[in-house]
Design a protein around this ligand. Sequence first.
Ligand code: MLC
Ligand code: AMP
Length: 497
Amino acid sequence: MSSELIGPLRQAREHAMSIAIRQGGNYWRYQDLSEAALHTAATLLNDKEDLYEQRVAFMTEPGFTYVSTLWGIWQAGGVAVPLSLSSPLPSLRYTLQDAACSILVVSPAFQSLLSDLASELRIRLISTDEILVTLEGTTFPKIGPERRALMLYTSGTTNLPKGVVSTHGNLTAQITTLLEAWRWSPNDQTLCVLPLHHVHGIVNVVCCSLWAGAVCEFVTGFDAEQLFDIFLRGEITVFMAVPTIYFKLIACWEQLPRTKQMEITRALTHFRLMVCGSAALPVTVMEKWKLISHHTLLERYGMTELGMAISNPYEGERRAGFVGIPLPGVSIRLADDKNQLIHDEPGEIQVKGDNVFLEYWNRPEATLHAFTADGWFKTGDVAMLEDGYYRILGRNSVDIIKSGGYKISALEIEEVLRTHPLIKDCAVVGLDNDEWGEIVAAAVVPVHEPPQHEEITHWLKTQLPAYRVPRKFIVVSELPRNAMGKVTKNEVKKLFQ
Ligand code: MLC
Ligand code: AMP
């Protein structure tokens, strides 16, 4: 059976008796995790030889069950589709239908939320409570690197999120490049505070730490004081987060009594590595965090379609305002809108490498459009190369907003807003914000009576994840448009000043 194991399970055998996961005062060894994953795989297989890339959605709390489910799906030959814990039913329905999931694994806490939907969509529902206790007679399929492994939903310049499909080979490349670049080791202990339906939490924190044989501790939800209490225990050595989290940690630290501040600073000084990414790290946040932690944050650049692509060095200069140099095995170039190479000027970041995703699920046109004829992935991010380091300058599209590290499509929110009976038209934009990077704002044209902000917010939360709900509303009689009749988003932004 050993030769048939997927990469993470093969790695786990090297550290069988080491602690893999800590969560809520409990811990599990790599052996426990591997056994649970194999039992999950056997339950999913249900006497079949291979799931042959059936999509298996799952919704569990972050921690042991999340990882054993993810590995179990992979070992059974399925494609894992992690669901967002903060999504309302319409978003979950969209994901389950778009991915054409045939199996849904839920922990008991989410069973009542999803059981009706699963039966309506004729999806086999498995509770993590019902995982088989015996492996007798089970053989596991051999899963090659070309097989589809993971589907993450990402918002883009279309109105509906797309499923980004990565193969086992892509994931292995994404993980191993970070192990090398950031010197992961079995002595590391990390803390996962990030949501587990995005690449930052899944690949950079969970998959990397567990591939390395390190300890991954989980908490549910973000609470700055709770994080500092965990850091004060003195075990965590590696921490990764989005800029908003560092902003919130700084704000919390500044409120604490001097003695507690000093204790925290002492604990943070012992960390091996602190990384920031998913959105631009403001230089002020980097500098303040250095005063508090005595660490220069390592900023890197990545994307759901790529994992990580560019990173400041582990050793050497970590330059504020820059994302660094290409990671090992990742090729980067800058190009103009005709895909011609650009030097000494801003250009679109284009990427090649084993880390680059396979396809947008069921959207061959979008996949084709995302690559140049010679196979470079077009990120839509604009950068400049200065003295060997890349600096991100912005994005090609005003319709993509980054808030709290989440990518949000303005078009998706507009589409939903226009279905409200009191709204005739609308335009959604991102406004610069120190804490969130950008916040989502909506200008709405009412049918007659202006809608109440609270009512719209309340209604939107039943349709979209809370982080996509606009924080600012303005009612206007008409939207600013150019001579072609197209809404001018930069003018819409000015309406909020
Ligand atoms: C929440 N709030 C917001 C908001 N999100 N306000 C403005 N803008 C937003 N985006 C408000 C809520 O309404 C609430 O207010 C209050 O903030 C707390 O809400 P919450 O949901 O409890 O927020 P919190 O838990 O504090 O979340 C903050 C966060 C979270 C930073 C921890 O946003 C987060 O986990 N972000 C990480 C996303 C991520 O992993 N992205 C990586 C994508 S992969 P009230 O009034 O209701 O109390 C990628 C590739 C790469 O990008 O390179 O990594
Ligand atoms: P996502 O699609 O959610 O994976 O988000 C990927 C996007 O996040 C990239 O295309 C960038 O726009 C942005 N991003 C990630 N890291 C950084 C960074 N360090 N600086 C600026 N933008 C970043």
